[in-house]
Write a protein that binds this ligand. Structure first.
Ligand code: PEP
Ligand code: MG
Length: 929
């Protein structure tokens, strides 16, 4: 017997048995097929039908587009069963069965693949249907739709040609809406469409329903490898080998008159997350009329007045589906002569804001647990919520200045500013060139997706909240305003116009996807307030609680000292204001304060330079004494902001030449000054010459200093701990400043926990020397101030040797922090400053490397050094505190690795702290003990 390629909707148990679990069923039948089967099982009204599996699709594509053995026979047998269930017969003019053929992959790919409706209609069955329904308008509208969809989807004829014929007809008849076309119009259009098929293909539209079914099934299989589908999968990281299912569903008609209709509804608002039905419907229409945005839809609430009983049943079904799936659903339904049918349900796509609100609300409603809520929100959702909005004042000003154009549907929130591009290709071209683009279209279609991906925002003049543009934009987190009807888009002259105001292609436009407003020009944006986002804060508190649980990590017995709680999230912050923000965002400590950043400030740089140019240790000390109060003040602010939490302060790290002017600039200046001096001498201008020579001497001194500090490989040169050892006065001043600040603040009652971090250690002897130079300074200050404070001395692990010898290093370090920027640089031997521009991006694009290792921690190489460093370090010192402060500390994938490797915390920039808190909880849940 051949393999089972086809499952009736009522055969969900068989599918489960074969596929193992629900995930398997979704993989086998595709999301749509699995859910149709599941709805059938729980007694929701679904029209009879069946699914040809994704395995059949893959087999079909693999063997050069041939149905696998037995599949077609199984489809024909399943058709027979559907005939029995419906009491109708496929191809029988007296009582014809009509079906739709719909794609459905494991992961929803809205609008990316094909659908054909009304299969089974031909000249004869159409006549039969007229007799049955006594509704010629409906029948010929359905028939022309089949020819149109078959022509475009199966036979590859441009849909515009069919649409053009409809538009022409309406113009001739002086009408606006498709519903005003009568039976004669649709009949004539059906014939016209058949002629279009003949003209393009040289054969007639197939009259045989079985052939229609076969060709439509093949077209859906093939659409898995269509350009839009591939682009979408690349964008969404969906594997290319999943295949699509084909669902054959008995047609039910929403266009049988004004007691019929069709709609698309979310069980909660997908933009805001509010618990309310959100969607549109149309009476006397078929499904894609709603989605295509050609006719203006009605809000789902209006159905309550138009068909109260159907509405009640619909509300109950929505509730049942939400409870069954424990997720917000996106449903499609049709009402055929007063009878409600559900055609689809799936987990609804949503904005970041909605994702978070729904997760938190469903927890309060006891539908899901806190852990599930945390797992349902993705790091990119949190990211999007911290994205910019229009600055209200700038928006008011824009209004006053009259740049407001119009308002449409607020389909996907967030503010976006860009130049208008009127087609997807141009949007993509400009976007790839680094321009900020708003793609402006009357409506969008699946083959516009590449342009949407490259755009900052989407603006359309047609379509509603469930139109293609809205659904896709929401999913990408791209702000979108759709159905902005007041805007007239002229694709010929490449401009949009509203009441005489014009925006041409390439001119700026600003859209507010949160409110639906559209403005000409650029409006300033601002980051949203984290404080106001109560649901996000709630969710992140749950995330923290998950990580703080004892026992979420467990380790093999010989693995001493590993934390059993999850990761904490700390922040990299140099200034008190950054520390405050980090704390607001939920950071539990400062993991890295790069002290040298403060050296660059205007009033300090000259002191730093004078210190570098000093001839002796004494002279250097004099200048350092002037720097000390500044540093003390900086540190005092940090301790205050982080009252009660650890603050890791790293001693000076970069090579000194970074604080001096560039050699090239100095050479130019010195040469110009010398030439000018020669001219002044010639002219005998002694006073001016003397002044200039004094300046020249200073510059030459600086040039000499720069030349003397010049190194062939400065990143591997005199920096980090090496600098601290050869010029101990600098780090001694820093330690004094840290302890003076700490002692002063401790006396004020602030709970200070300074941790002194030494960068770039390669050999434990370096740390031994540094400790001997610095610990006495700390002790002296505490003696002077008469107060003891809790502190640690530790080091960064940034050099492979330090990681490999971490057991020795840990003898001298009370904590480790992985500086994975340098560690990646030194492990790969790639310059972190040049690699990206020279070859690294090429490597990533061509698959030579899976990721940019400066963004995503290289688990196989750098990661092994991290693991080794942690393990060996804790062999010596079981309580060793270990963190990461390289850029990877804010990257979700790398955070997961840090959890696995046994780090205590990750430290990242303040704005990434919320994302990192979520990622840390995901790691804890995904790898829980
Ligand atoms: C690192 O190397 O990862 C690090 C945090 O230090 P910096 O980036 O300052 O070199
Ligand atoms: Mg470093």
């Amino acid at each position: 017997m051949s393999k089972k390629w086809v499952y009736l909707f009522r055969e969900v148990e068989e599918a489960e048995e074969y596929a193992g679990d629900w995930e398997g069923v979704r993989g086998l039948l595709g999301g749509k097929g699995a859910n149709l089967a599941e709805m059938t099982r729980i007694g929701v009204p679904v029209p009879p039908g069946f699914t040809a599996t994704t395995e059949a699709c893959n087999a079909y594509l693999e063997v050069g587009e041939q149905f696998p053995e037995g599949m077609w026979d199984q489809m024909l047998a399943a058709m027979k069963t559907v005939e029995e269930e419906t009491g109708k017969t496929f191809g029988d003019p007296t009582n014809p069965l009509l079906v739709s053929c719909r794609s459905g992959a494991k992961f929803s790919m809205p609008g990316m693949m094909d659908t054909v409706l009304n299969i089974g209609l031909n000249d004869k069955t159409a006549q039969g249907m007229v007799q049955l329904t006594e509704n010629e308008t409906f029948v010929y509208n359905s028939y022309r739709r089949l020819v149109q969809m078959f022509g475009s989807v199966v036979l590859g004829i441009s849909d515009e040609e069919f649409e053009h014929a409809i538009t022409e007809r309406k113009e001739e008849r002086g009408i606006k809406d498709d519903t005003e076309l009568n039976a004669d119009d649709w009949k004539a259009l059906t014939e016209e469409f058949k002629a279009i098929v003949r003209k393009h293909k040289g054969f007639d539209f197939p009259q045989d329903p079985v052939e229609q079914l076969k060709l439509a099934t093949e077209a859906v299989f093939k659409s898995w490898n269509g350009k839009p589908a591939i682009a979408y999968r690349n964008r969404e990281n969906i594997p290319h080998d999943l295949g699509t299912g084909v669902n054959i569903v008995t047609m039910v008609f929403g266009n049988m008159g004004w007691d019929s209709g069709t709609g698309v509804t979310f069980t909660r608002n997908p933009a805001t997350g509010e618990k309310e039905l959100y969607g549109d419907y149309l009476l006397n229409a078929q499904g894609e009329d709603v989605v295509a945005g050609i006719r203006n839809t009605k809000d789902i609430e209006e159905l309550q007045d138009e068909m109260p009983e159907v509405y009640q049943e619909f509300v109950q079904i929505c509730d049942r589906l939400e409870h069954h799936y424990r997720e917000m659903q996106d449903v499609e339904f049709t009402i055929e002569r007063g009878k409600l049918w559900m055609l689809q349900t799936r987990n609804g796509k949503r904005t970041a804001k909605a994702a978070i609100k729904i997760a938190v609300d469903m927890t309060s409603e006891a539908l899901i647990s806190k852990e599930e809520a945390v797992q349902r929100v993705r790091p990119q959702h949190v990211d999007a919520l911290l994205h910019p909005q229009f600055d209200p004042k700038a928006k008011d000003r824009a209004r006053e200045e009259g740049t407001y154009l119009a308002s449409g549907v607020n389909a996907s929130p967030g503010a976006a500013v860009g130049i208008a591009a009127f087609d997807a290709d141009l949007a993509e071209q400009w976007g790839l060139a680094g321009k900020e683009v708003i793609m402006v279209r009357p409506e969008t279609k699946p083959d516009d997706v590449h342009g949407m991906i490259a755009s900052r925002g989407i603006l359309t003049s047609r379509g509603g909240a469930t139109s293609h543009a809205a659904v896709v934009a929401r999913q990408f987190g791209t702000p979108a305003v759709v159905g902005c009807e007041a805007i007239v888009i002229d694709l010929e002259t490449r401009l949009l116009e509203v009441n005489g105001k014009v925006v041409k292609e390439g001119e700026w436009v600003s859209i507010d996807g949160t409110t639906g407003e559209v403005f000409a020009g650029q409006i300033a944006t601002q980051a949203p307030s984290f404080e106001e986002q109560s649901e996000l804060r709630q969710l992140l508190e749950w995330a923290d609680a998950i990580c703080a649980e004892d026992g979420v990590r467990s380790w093999p017995g010989d693995y001493a000292g590993f934390p059993t709680k999850g990761l904490q999230v700390w922040a990299n912050a140099d200034y008190p204001r950054d520390a405050q923000r980090a704390r607001q965002f939920g950071a539990r400590g400062i993991g890295l304060c790069r002290t040298e950043h403060m050296f660059f400030e205007e009033e300090r740089l000259p002191i730093v330079q004078a210190m570098i140019l000093s001839k002796s240790s004494e002279e250097r000390k004099l200048h350092l004494d002037k720097l000390l109060p500044f540093q003390r003040e900086d540190f005092a602010g940090l301790f205050e902001a982080m009252d009660g939490l650890p603050v890791i302060i790293r001693l000076i790290d970069p090579p000194l030449h970074e604080f001096l002017p560039s050699k090239d600039d100095l050479l130019v200046e010195v040469t110009e000054m010398r030439m000018k001096a020669a001219r002044l001498e010639k002219k005998g201008k002694k006073k001016k010459l003397a002044k200039l020579e004094a300046k020249l001497a200073d510059k030459e001194k600086m040039l000499q200093a720069v030349e003397s500090l010049e190194e062939a490989n400065p990143m591997m040169g005199l920096r980090g701990i090496r600098l601290g050892i050869t010029m101990p006065e600098i780090t001694q001043m820093q330690v004094r400043a840290i302890f003076e600040a700490a002692c002063d603040k401790a006396k004020e009652g602030i709970d200070v926990h300074p941790e002194i971090m030494i960068p770039l250690t390669g050999h434990y002897n370096e740390l031994d020397v540094a400790n001997k130079l610095l610990v006495p300074v700390a002790k002296d200050v505490m003696d002077e101030k008469g107060i003891e404070i809790d502190y640690k001395f530790g080091t960064m692990l940034e050099i492979p040797r330090a990681a490999v010898t971490a057991d020795q290093v840990a003898e001298y370090a009370e904590f480790f922090s992985f500086g994975t920027n340098d560690l990646t640089q030194m492990t790969f031997g790639y310059s972190r400053d040049d690699a990206e521009r020279n070859f690294l991006l090429y490597y990533v694009e061509h698959g030579i490397l899976p990721n940019n290792p400066f963004q995503t921690l290289d688990r196989d190489g750098v990661g092994q050094l991290v693991k080794m460093g942690v393990r060996r370090g804790r062999q010596t010192r079981p309580e060793l505190e270990v963190g990461i402060c390289g850029e990877h500390g804010g990257d979700p994938n790398s955070i997961e690795f840090c959890h696995i490797a046994g780090l205590n915390y990750v430290s990242c920039s303040p704005f990434r702290v919320p994302v990192a808190r979520l990622a840390a909880a995901h790691a804890a849940l995904d790898h829980s003990a």
